[in-house]
Design a protein. Structure first.
Length: 147
């Protein structure tokens, strides 16, 4: 398994566990480090996962706002924790798209994680939401360029 893929899985696992800690931001990095020690001994670049978890925590309000605007099928508060964790990771990666992680990679990774830990319905939901998320991010970026 590629180390970046495993890092993303550990990030999702940590976000999922963090949800049960009443969303105390400072705990999320601790949870990630523990999970990294337990499940990620073979990861070549642990800084990748650390930067993801830190970025998600630093941009959580922005990420959740984008997700609330992008999910039309149900209220954001009713999105299951697994799906919310995967969506937060992918939305952060889409916001910070780079050559090393283009939008197609971020979306495909999220769909694969959803398939592995959820159901086919989970994967379809993630795919549909992330299509809308990406469109909304592009609109935001274009609007900021026009200013």
């Amino acid at each position: 398994m590629a180390t970046r893929h495993l890092s993303r899985i550990i990030v999702v696992q940590s976000l999922y566990e963090w949800a049960f800690m009443n969303y105390e931001k400072e705990k999320c990095k601790e949870i990630f480090e523990r999970n990294l020690q337990e499940f990620g001994q073979d990861i070549d670049e642990p800084e990748f996962g650390r930067s993801l978890i830190a970025g998600i925590m630093d941009n959580l309000e922005k990420i959740d706002t984008i997700l609330k605007e992008s999910i039309k099928s149900l209220p954001y508060e009713q999105v299951p924790i697994l799906e919310k964790s995967i969506l937060r990771l992918a939305t952060y990666e889409l916001l910070n798209e780079s050559e090393s992680t283009p939008h197609k990679v971020a979306i495909n990774e999220a769909i694969e994680i959803a398939k592995n830990f959820g159901t086919s319905a989970t994967a379809k939901f993630i795919n549909g939401v992330l299509g809308t998320v990406y469109e909304n991010i592009l609109k935001m970026k274009n609007a900021s360029k026009e200013k």
